[in-house]
Design a binder for this molecule. Sequence first.
Ligand code: ASP
Length: 443
Amino acid sequence: MKLHLQTIFVAVGLGIKRNWHIFLAIIAGIIFGNFIHDNPGSFVPFVKLLNIVGQAFIRVIQMVVIPLVCSAIVVGISSIGDSKQIGQFGKKMVIYYGLITVLAVIIGAGLVLLFKPGLGVQSYISQSSALEIQNQVSSALADQRGQLGNIVLNMIPQNPLESLAKGEMIPIIFFALIFSLALSKVGEISRPIISFFESVFAATMKITDWIMVFAAPGIFALTTVAVSAFGLAIFSTISKFFAVVFLGFCIQFFVLYPLILKFFSKVPAGTLFTAVIEALLVAFGTASSSATLPLTIACCEKRGISHKVCSFVLPLGATLNMDGTALFQTVAVIFLTQAYGVPLDILQIVMIMVLAIIASSTCAGIPNAGLITIALVLNGLGLTPQQLVEGFAFLFAIDKVVDMIRTTVNVASDTVVTAVIADNENEIDYDLLNNTEQYKEII
Ligand code: ASP
C-alpha cells in the first residue's frame, strides 16, 4: 500500500485544517518556549534541535523564492501583454503601497506622541550586551552613510547574474521587470522562454505545496526558540513601548486595512484574511516576508485573485512594502528620543516619518532587517549609536517577537493592496473568493 506523507500528517492531525495546525503550533510554541525559559538547564540540546528544525524550514522556503519571483514576474507580465495595462497596474501599486505606508507612519507617530512610552523607561534600560549592540549599530550606520543618494543606483543591477547569486531582491526584480517587458514586445520568438518560466513557476509552486506539509512543526520550532530566549515576562518590563507598537499594528490590521478595502474595493476584509490565513501564520512564524512569498502567492491565486495581478504586485510588495516596519521604526525612534530626553520639533518628527518610509522600503524581507535599517533614520537625525546604545540593547532584546508581528502586518498589507488592484482591474473570481468551501488547501 502506498502511504503518502501528506496522508500520514493529515491523519495525525485528525483531519484538522492546515491553518489550524499552524495556529496551534504557534500557541504550543509560545507556551512551550515560555516553559523552557523558566526551566532552562536540561532543555538546551532540545532548543538547539528545534533551532535546526526551524532554520531548515525557513531555508527550504527561501530556496524557492528567487526562481519563484523571476518566473512569476516573467509569466505575469507576459500574460498581461498590453503595456498600457502594465502601466496601470504599476501606477496603482505605487499609489496604494505609498498610501498604506504613509498612513502607517502617521499612526505610529500619533500613538508614540500621545502615549509617550519613552518617558520614565530609563530604569529598565539594561547595560548588558551594550558593546555588541554598539558595534552592530556603528557598522550598520557606516553602511547606511550616503545610502540615501545611492538607493536608486543600488536598484539597478550591474550584473543580473551576480544579483541572483547574492539574492539581492530589488535588482533581481528590476531586471526581471525589464526583461519581461522586452519579451512581451518581441512577438512569437519569446514563446520558448515564456514556456520555460511557466514550467519553473509551476514547479516552484509544487515545491511550496510540499514544504507546507512541514509548516506546523517548522513554525512550532521557530516560535518555541524565539520565546524561550526571553520568556513572556519581558513584556511586562517594557509593557508601555510594546503596548504602543502592538496597538499600532492592531489599528493597521483591524481598522486601516478593512477601511482601505471598503473604500477602494468590494473585497470584505474578513474574507481576504481568511483566504490568506496560512500566509499570515507563516509570516508570523518565519518573521520573513520574502520567505512567506511563495505562500502569499499560493493563497491569493488559489482563492480567486488572478495570476496576472499576484505575480506582479506580491513580489514587489514582499520586497518594498513594509508598512508594519515603517510604523515600528517611527515609534521606536521617537521612543528612544523620549527616553533620552532629546526634544523634537514638528519638522524633525516629519523627517523621522519620511526617513522611516525610506528605511522600511530599503529593508529586505528577512528577520530583524527593520532593526538594522532603523540606523538610517537615526543617522538622518544626527544621533550617534553611543547616545542610543542602551535603548538599542533593549530594542534588540524584544525584536524577535515584534518582528514576527510586524512581518504579519507587512504580508497582510501586501495582500490588501493586491486585492484592491485585482478588484479595480476585474481580476478577482468572487465566486471562489467568497466561497471558503471551495478553497483548495495550500497543500
Ligand atoms: N522581518 C520583516 C519582514 O520580513 C522586516 C523587518 O525586519 O521589519 O517583513
